[in-house]
Ligand binder design. Structure first.
Ligand code: C2O
Ligand code: CU
Length: 507
């Protein structure tokens, strides 16, 4: 009973804080949008652009309502995702087989949903390796359409990046071998780069964990939490691919939030104070995850590119599409239930303001609390940032409605008509990303990391809040195979496929 009361109490606490978290679109106080943490890093201090430039808010006023969320009760489930079988005896090589095909899964226990899956599960198996390992993936496409695999955040050679810029898509029945060396420790993920708005939503995504035994906290085991959502028919649980104006404009948000391919709300038992380390990936097509852990203490250890310089205490964390976070969470008191929750965050006019969802419940036993977890004060030392050279570039993100069609634009054009940028191998640049639209766009660069202005954390995906400018410094490191064509795009997959995707040619 005590546990239950605590859970109820924590929920109302979270609700109180929601006001501070989701910010209204006409709320123009500088910094406010950026308060949500990681996702909006770099926004604070940047001058906001003219909030009325080039945009007609009225176009959004008529959008159909978001689908109501399916009710979720806490349930006892399995959090773990299967790993691959390593087919190679060599300790420094991870060699695996990956097949994309139709499968039936149970997003909701007892209810079957037909999906597209990697090796039969959603998410696909976790690809685990150590820094320096050679990774070989024998990929076979058994889907009814062509596909590729992109290794999001992994510094692969250009030919292995899985985009239309570097390979022709793998046809149904065909195979392709991906091979690369793991250069960075951290949490990454894999997903198709062909019709990604459809293919990822069908179930094609999986986690990548690269470990480095010499890092601090290497002995603290981690659990992967792949967050996503799907729109299912509430009666049959079949995937619902209906497209309306809201979907076209905002990307598809589902009515069922998934944690590791299962209905959210999985409960597990812990001892108070026991640190649980989660590597969290936002693999959703369009849903942002505003994360809070009422009843627990949360520390962020890492982001897109492995460990931070120092652990960061957190009340809330915004994880936009494609972004990752490595966090430690522990329940504060015995006999209480804490939860990791997704709270509303308004990413566009009204979008994202759906109900709060409990992702994972952590129910503390009545045993006394363990001593407070103390991570080392320094997790990693960042090398001095390379100085940016050349004239800063400006990338303007916008949208345009022509008749029934919405196009998402970079510098006034939509893919494939956006001129390719040219950059120099080994150089760092300054990219000013100006969001002229009223909706947030999570910006992702392939193959390289960037430093948000004034920050000391390398990232590959960052939120560009509506009507705001975020400046980032990409570093085009001259590693083997880095020369060539790399994509950058909005990671709301409907926006990328709707035009907001382009290439940078690095030579
Ligand atoms: Cu995660 Cu181009 O993508
Ligand atoms: Cu976008």
């Amino acid at each position: 009973m005590t546990g239950r009361c605590a859970a109820v109490l924590s929920c109302s606490l979270a609700l109180l804080l929601v006001g501070a978290f989701g910010c209204g679109s006409d709320d123009s106080a500088p910094g406010q949008h950026g308060d949500a943490g990681l996702g909006a890093a770099g926004a604070a201090g940047e001058p906001a652009v003219d909030p009325h430039a080039g945009h007609t808010p009225d176009a959004h006023a008529k959008l159909p309502a978001a689908p109501p969320m399916l009710a979720v009760e806490p349930w006892q489930g399995e959090l773990a995702i299967p790993s691959f079988d390593d087919e190679d005896d060599d300790a420094a090589t991870v060699e695996v087989s990956l097949t994309a095909a139709l499968a039936d899964v149970e997003y909701v226990p007892g209810q079957s949903t037909t999906v597209w899956a990697y090796n039969g599960t959603v998410p696909g198996p976790v690809l685990r390796a150590r820094v320096g390992d050679r990774i070989v993936v024998h990929f076979t496409n058994m889907l009814p359409e062509a596909t590729t695999i992109h290794w999001h955040g992994v510094r692969v050679p250009e030919a292995m990046d899985g985009t239309s810029a570097v390979q022709s898509a793998v046809r149904p029945g065909a195979s392709f071998d991906y091979a690369f060396t793991a250069l960075d420790a951290g949490t990454f993920w894999y997903h198709p780069h062909v019709r990604s708005d459809v293919q990822v939503e069908q179930g094609l995504y999986g986690a990548i964990v690269i470990e480095d035994a010499s890092e601090p906290l290497a002995e603290l085991p981690s659990e992967v939490l792949v967050l996503s959502d799907v729109l299912v028919d509430p009666e049959t649980y079949a995937l619902d691919a209906t497209t309306d104006e809201r979907v076209t404009m905002m990307g598809r948000e589902g009515n069922l939030v998934l944690v590791n391919g299962r209905r959210s709300g999985i409960e597990s038992s812990v001892r108070a104070g026991e640190p649980r380390r989660f590597r969290i990936i936002n693999a959703a097509s369009a849903r942002f995850f505003g994360l809070m852990a009422p009843g627990a203490t949360m520390l962020r250890l890492g982001g897109d590119r492995g460990l931070l310089e120092a652990p960061e205490p957190l009340d809330r964390l915004l994880l936009v599409n494609g972004e990752r976070a490595d966090v430690v969470v522990w329940v504060n008191a015995p006999s209480t239930t804490a939860s990791l929750r997704a709270v509303p965050y308004e990413r566009a006019l009204g979008a994202g303001m759906t109900e709060e969802v409990a992702l994972v419940y952590l129910a503390a036993t009545d045993e006394s609390a363990l001593p407070t977890f103390e991570p080392p004060a320094t997790l990693t030392k960042m090398a001095p940032a390379p100085a940016a050279s050349g004239t800063p570039r400006t990338l303007e993100l916008d949208e345009q409605t022509v008749g029934d069609e919405v196009r998402f634009l970079i510098n006034g054009a939509a893919n494939p008509d956006i001129p390719t940028l040219e950059a120099t191998l080994g150089a760092s640049e300054t990219w000013k990303i100006v969001n002229r639209s009223s909706m947030d766009h999570p910006f992702h660069l392939h193959g390289f990391f960037f430093l948000p202005a004034g920050q000391r954390e390398w990232k590959d995906t960052i939120n560009i809040p509506g009507q705001r400018t975020v400046t980032v410094m990409p570093h085009f490191d001259a590693r083997d195979g880095a020369a060539g064509s790399w994509m950058y795009h909005c990671h709301i997959l409907g926006h990328a496929e709707g035009g907001m995707m382009a290439e940078v040619d690095v030579q």
